[in-house]
Ligand binder design. Structure first.
Ligand code: LLP
Length: 414
């Protein structure tokens, strides 16, 4: 739960009156709290302060320019997966020597861009990628530092769409393939082996599934030692979850403590790539009730946000709490909360109780991660406004897309 409290029946987010904000800006909008993001990062930093480590915030969770600048100012590194993310991190002031580049499909163009920036490490996901990287690095007379992403082939209890460390996933390589890749990498002129990497999935409750993965990966590092291949770092990916409903999620400090204990007998530098646990609980989506619609079988609240603004409930069946901005003294009724998009999947919550009237505001909680980044122009809707509470003041960190922007970039004369 984000920091939401009712005060005189009005909902406050991070001590700010949401009703006032909703009346001052056109809904729907994301509202973030800078303090929450900083607190989450601080918890990682404090837990890791005594060990050789690097926090690489996973940009895909939320690539807002403001958030990237904020994190880079606090000394954070970045985990990127595209040329776009690389450029944005650099523009936001991120230090390229603290960037790791993940992803199964790095293009030549993206590899060139990353080599030009002298990034810290490429997390290599296939033999073909290793050869491509070496060839490009040769042409550019650069050295590419690499870690091999190993697939630990473990099952985790998360939505099938967000697990990545199971046998049938496209991510990483088997332990046998990893050994073959490391041996090959030794003979490649422009590759320097520096680490080993894995990422097992997202919205994971505690360090337990990491234990199995770390043990498997350490077996590989032992085998590598015998081949005189030394590894400096282990990158355990991201994945720590947040509490959306009733989940029992380990705190960041507890999670890190467990990971550090698992690595205590090694001298490996630890890299973590958290996304959701840094930004997930830092934002709410504020939306207006346009219509109340009652059919013979169901009641609907039709709000002005749609699945183009926030798609987690339909895409992953994800639960997000939805609250009234004003706690009215009227009888509660049961509703599905839906948007204006012409799809039956356009919902935010089903069978929930609300005391609302048309024109009221609702908030959808915990939307900071995989929220605005997954927004689209479907139904030709403009991407939403984003606000942030910065030093107790509400500031626009991204304006709503304009209709001009929406209609640009296309050939118009037939
Ligand atoms: N590192 C790698 C290589 C990743 O693929 C991911 C996320 C992360 C780090 C960050 O994971 P996190 O700490 O945020 O769990 N859209 C889905 C989640 C997809 C996660 C993709 N990879 C959702 O809304 O639940």
């Amino acid at each position: 739960m984000t920091s939401l409290t009712y005060n005189d029946d009005i909902l406050y987010f991070n001590s700010k009156n949401i009703l006032q904000i909703a009346k001052s800006y056109q809904t729907p909008f994301y509202l973030y709290s800078e303090n929450i993001i900083i607190d989450n990062l601080n918890e990682y930093q404090t837990s890791l302060q005594d060990i050789d480590s690097l926090i690489c915030y996973s940009v895909k969770a939320n690539s807002s320019m403001y958030i990237l600048s904020l994190l880079s100012k606090q000394g954070c590194g970045f985990d990127i997966v595209s040329g776009g993310e690389l450029l944005k991190v650099i523009k936001a002031g991120g230090d390229p020597t603290k960037i790791v580049f993940s992803g199964v499909g790095k293009t030549e163009e993206e590899i060139v861009m990353a080599l030009d920036q002298n990034i810290y490490c490429f997390n290599v996901e296939s033999m073909s990628e290793l050869y491509r990287l070496n060839n490009i690095a040769c042409d550019k007379k650069k050295e590419a530092k690499i870690a091999i992403r190993v697939n630990p082939e473990i099952n985790i209890d998360s939505h099938p769409y967000i697990t990545t460390g199971m046998k049938d996933n496209k991510f990483g390589v088997s332990q046998t393939e990893a050994m073959a890749m490391y041996k090959n990498a030794l003979s490649l002129s422009n590759i320097k082996i520096i680490g080993i990497d894995f990422h097992i999935g997202s919205q994971i409750e505690d360090a337990n599934p990491y234990k199995e993965s770390i043990l498997k990966v350490l077996e590989i590092t032992e085998l590598l030692k015998k081949e005189n291949i030394s590894i400096n770092h282990i990158d355990i990916g991201g994945g720590l979850g947040i509490k959306y409903e009733k989940e029992n999620i380990s705190s960041i400090s507890n999670f890190i403590e467990n990971i550090v204990n698992l690595l205590s007998k090694t001298d490996l530098k630890l890299i973590v790539e958290p996304g959701r646990s840094i930004v997930g609980n830092s934002a709410i989506l504020v939306t207006r009730v346009e219509y109340l619609k009652k059919t013979n079988t169901k009641n609907f609240i039709i709000v002005d946000a749609g699945m183009n603004d926030f798609i987690r409930p339909p895409l992953y069946g994800a639960f997000h709490s939805i609250l009234e901005v004003v706690n009215k003294k009227i009888p509660a009724e049961t509703y599905d909360v839906v948007g204006p998009i012409c799809e039956s999947t356009d919902f935010f919550g089903k069978e929930r109780n609300f005391k609302v009237e048309e024109g009221d505001f609702l908030i959808i909680d915990n939307v900071g991660a995989y929220g605005s980044v997954l927004s689209s122009n479907y139904n030709l809707r403009r991407k939403p406004l984003e606000l942030m509470i910065i030093n107790d003041e509400v500031q626009v960190i991204r304006s709503r897309e304009t209709y001009d922007q929406l209609l640009s970039n296309e050939k118009t004369n037939v």
